[in-house]
Design a protein around this ligand. Structure first.
Ligand code: SF4
Ligand code: SF4
Length: 351
């Protein structure tokens, strides 16, 4: 009689495939780092939004709506072709909720066909066995879910209680790497929840990170002393994961300014659903140039542009990319003045 598999436990075949995909992705990540150290001419990480719409309405979020339509597949492919032409290493699909996009699998496949690393940030609500297997087949390499609390409240439904069944499915069926991000900071009622989420992530074989909720400008707010202790404990738990690259987060937790060079607009790009390039999700509006017109000269300019928001920034993915170039040339250019017409569409303006 065949063995009954424990819920949330992957079969030997899935574990084998997962290991294989992990080593292949790691190899490509090492190549990506080597390429970034040799040359500054290409974007390392791009966040692309195929759909601004989200099924949830988290109280702290400024990155979603409940009306917009998915970007058509052909347009998404054109944007990905442009990014591949720039030599981009990693594309992370974000939102809104990207699992609501009807052609998400094709978008991931297209990223992989160009040899770029494919990641996805989702709230996880649409995951089930069939959806996870489709993501496996499309070639997804990284998936991140952010979980805000142990039980849902009026600020966020992204809770361990709501999502635990989906996490077990991921643990059982996903061949890609899964990272669970817990959060601390203003609006989080019970900071012990973050610790519980981190423990559960590791128990299921995932990596774990912790983010600090920023204000509506993506800027710094110190954690309360008790929360700082929890933060340090989660960072220690997550040592084997990405958190080792998150050393600057210790400063963020204490509300201290940090000294780094943000290379947004050059090594990191944020492409909104309208196909415009922005510095990051929290500085949407600048430079606000269509991707198809975003020249090599413009990328070089943004590489050397000083960002006044950098010392108090909490956007961790851009800071991780920044590590690759922190030792290089100073940033002595100022942002270019913006046309008043373009400003009317801004969500944030670079400070
Ligand atoms: S699930 Fe994500 S995109 Fe949607 S409202 Fe919440 S934080 Fe924003
Ligand atoms: S420092 Fe860079 S990543 Fe941080 S808010 Fe400013 S532009 Fe965005």
């Amino acid at each position: 009689m065949g063995q009954v598999r424990q819920k949330g436990k992957a079969s030997a075949a899935t574990r084998r495939k997962r290991r294989l995909r992990f080593y292949r992705t790691r190899l490509r990540e090492l190549r990506m780092i080597a390429k970034a150290l040799v040359s500054t001419k290409h974007p390392v990480l791009v966040h692309i939004i195929p759909m601004r719409r989200c099924n949830l309405d988290c109280g702290y979020c400024n990155e979603y709506d409940d009306v917009s339509k998915p970007v058509p597949l052909e347009e998404m492919k054109r944007r990905l072709d442009t990014l591949a032409g720039m030599g981009t290493s990693v594309i992370t699909i974000s939102g809104g909720e990207p699992l609501m996009h009807p052609d998400l699998d094709e978008i991931i496949r297209h990223i992989r066909e160009h040899g770029m690393i494919a990641g996805l940030i989702t709230n996880g609500f649409f995951l089930n066995k069939e959806r996870i297997e489709r993501l496996n087949d499309a070639g997804l390499e990284h998936l991140q879910i952010s979980i805000d609390n142990a039980t849902p409240d009026e600020v966020s439904k992204k809770s361990l209680k709501t999502l635990d069944g989906r996490l077990e499915m991921l643990s059982e069926w996903a061949e890609f790497q899964v990272n669970i991000n817990s959060v601390l900071g203003s609006g989080v009622k019970n900071s012990e929840d973050a610790l519980r989420i981190a423990h559960r992530a590791l128990e299921l074989g995932f990596t774990s990170t912790v983010g600090i909720i920023h204000d509506h400008d993506g800027q710094l707010k110190p954690l309360a002393e008790h929360d700082q202790g929890i933060f340090e404990e989660i960072m220690t738990l997550g040592k084997r994961s990405y958190s080792r690259f998150n050393q600057f987060q210790h400063n963020v937790a204490k509300g201290l300014e940090h000294d780094w060079k943000c290379r947004a607009g050059s090594r990191y790009l944020y492409i909104c659903e309208d196909g415009l390039v922005h510095w990051c999700s929290q500085q949407r509006g600048y430079p606000g140039i269509p991707l198809a017109e975003y020249t090599v000269e413009r990328r070089h300019r943004e590489y050397s542009t000083h960002k006044g928001c950098a010392p108090r920034c909490t956007v961790s993915c851009v800071q991780q990319v920044g590590i690759l170039d922190n030792w290089r040339s100073p940033q002595n250019l100022e942002p270019t003045p913006m046309a008043p017409a373009a400003k009317s569409d801004l969500v944030q303006i670079a400070k």
